[in-house]
Design a protein around this ligand. Structure first.
Ligand code: GDP
Length: 493
């Protein structure tokens, strides 16, 4: 019997090399099959094994997800307060904390955890999270249903919660010594894995994972890219090597698989792109994040952007900057239109503040470029402050992450997870504006080119299993290094 026809070449692009399932209704989520039209072809291809595992995951999600009889059964067990010895399906519930970038990093990490441990990923979506993303799994939902027995996520899942794995362990609820002797039906109905920057639960030991595997329900709260940690655990080494033979593309694949902007958000993206970016020959994205805890003064930050641009040849040079006479003559000849260089470069600035955009736009308004090329400068919004609790604000943030990801070159600000998402989606290595030691201090070099597309796991656990205290976690495996923007952090190559 002949198998199905191989997908047409166009389908290969549209489905991102098999990453996406063709089983969705196109109109319900236009971004899913359209975003490839806005980006250069990705330099990374998903492995056939990843594609196969994703299709298997989708089948499991459909079988176990909300609305399925197995789901109702598992929820009954959850209600009973006791973990069932046997369960057809196991779940990991993700609950959000912090900004959208942090949320996307931890959600992608939780999905990887579900893939590795054969769980089903469900998201606790508070109202401000609603309306951002399309459903990622065909024929089912990843959102917890309204009648889910756990409702007070903010109240229950705190550092001191008796449901947290570490606290359970300390209280003897999962027994001491060899945890693997614990029988599943003596356990509580769910366990909370607290993987916020402070890592209350350093649960990355194999003995811990064996106990955790017995819980049919697990709740994960994290604001970091803990996916990178699994690469340091021998138990997952082989599987991860098959899933992601190109380690630096892990988030790139996971993010393009999971995060499809809703039609509302996609509308913002498409309209903005069509109006301001589509005509450009080259698009340069500049993400300027000024953190409240590191209030770098405008002139310092602007100076740093210029030095970075100068050092790396990023923004088109203006003739004004050349001070020797010969060059000036040359430049003004170009600028007067004789160059016939009609290249158009669009600079897309994203920031909570309008000042950087205004200054840069003013420079290109008043001065010709050295090559005579045209430059336009755009900034979609300037919200002034982070308002993670507001839905429209998050929609604009997501739209801007996507718009940045359509740029050919991307400059991001150190330690900003917003920036990580943009270059991760794009599959490009960004230039990173380094963080000064203090708001007023200078920093040299102004920026560096990242060695990888991967986001940084900014806060790895201080202690790893079976590894002597004080060991450099960044040097444990040959494919992880410290991050350019956060020395204690970890990145995959
Ligand atoms: P991080 O704090 O830079 O690591 O990134 P997060 O995304 O976790 O949190 C920052 C939040 O501030 C974003 O999610 C947005 O809500 C807001 N924000 C920061 N920079 C921008 C920006 O350039 N554009 C928009 N629209 N919002 C931003």
């Amino acid at each position: 019997v002949a198998g199905p026809d191989p997908p047409a070449p166009h389908d290969q692009d549209r489905l991102l090399g098999g990453l996406l399932s063709p089983a969705f209704d196109e109109q319900s989520c236009r971004s899913r099959y359209e975003s490839f039209l806005y980006r250069r072809p990705s330099p990374f291809r998903p492995s056939t094994y990843l594609v196969e595992r994703l299709r298997r995951y989708e089948a499991r999600h459909k079988r176990c997800g909300p609305g399925a009889p197995l789901f109702n059964e598992a929820v009954e067990h959850l209600r009973s307060g006791r973990n069932a010895a046997r369960s057809g399906c196991q779940y990991v519930v993700w609950t959000p904390i912090n900004g959208l970038g942090n949320r996307m990093l931890s959600l992608a990490s939780t999905f990887l955890y579900a893939l590795l441990t054969n769980r089903v990923l469900l998201a606790h979506a508070p109202p401000e999270f609603d309306g951002l993303f399309c459903e990622p799994f065909p024929g089912s939902s990843w959102t917890l249903p309204a009648n889910f027995p756990i409702t007070d996520f903010a109240g229950i899942f705190t550092m001191g919660s008796p449901t947290s794995y570490k606290n359970m362990r300390q209280a003897g609820a999962v027994s001491g010594g060899d945890h693997s002797n614990v029988t599943a039906d003596t356990l509580p109905a769910y366990v909370f894995l607290d993987l916020i920057q402070s890592y209350t639960d350093a649960a990355f030991c194999e003995a811990d994972q064996r106990v955790l595997a017995k819980f049919n329900w697990m709740v994960v709260k994290s604001d970091v890219y803990f996916a990178a940690m699994f690469f340091l655990m021998p138990a997952y080494e082989r599987e991860l090597a098959r899933l992601f033979p190109e380690k630096e593309a892990m988030f790139h694949h996971l993010a393009r698989y999971l995060f499809h902007p809703s039609n509302d958000v996609w509308g913002i993206v498409r309209r903005y792109y069509g109006a301001y970016l589509a005509r450009a020959d080259e698009r340069v994205g500049l993400q300027v994040r000024v953190f409240p805890e590191m209030p770098v003064p405008f002139e310092n930050m602007y100076g740093q952007i210029l030095r970075c641009s100068e050092q790396e040849g990023l923004l088109p040079k203006v003739a004004l900057l050349r001070d020797d006479a010969a060059n000036n003559n040359h430049s003004s000849a170009m600028a007067s239109g004789r160059s016939r260089n009609h290249k158009l470069t669009s600079i897309l600035v994203t920031s909570l503040f309008p000042d950087y955009y205004e200054r840069i736009r003013g420079v290109y308004y008043a001065n010709p470029t050295e090559t005579g090329e045209y430059v336009e400068v755009h900034q979609p919004s300037h919200e002034r402050e982070q308002r993670t609790e507001a839905r429209g604000h998050n929609q604009r943030a997501l739209a801007e992450m996507y718009l940045l990801s359509f740029c050919d070159r991307i400059v991001t600000t150190a330690v900003s997870t917003f920036g990580y998402i943009a270059h991760g989606l794009a599959g490009v290595r960004p230039w990173v504006l380094l963080r000064p030691p203090s708001p007023e201090a200078g920093v040299d070099p102004a920026c560096v080119r990242s060695k990888t597309v991967e986001p940084c796991l900014q806060a790895p656990p201080r202690r790893m299993c079976g590894v002597a205290e004080g060991t450099d976690i960044g040097a444990l495996v040959p494919y992880s290094r410290h991050c350019e923007d956060e020395h204690k952090g970890l990145k995959l190559f």
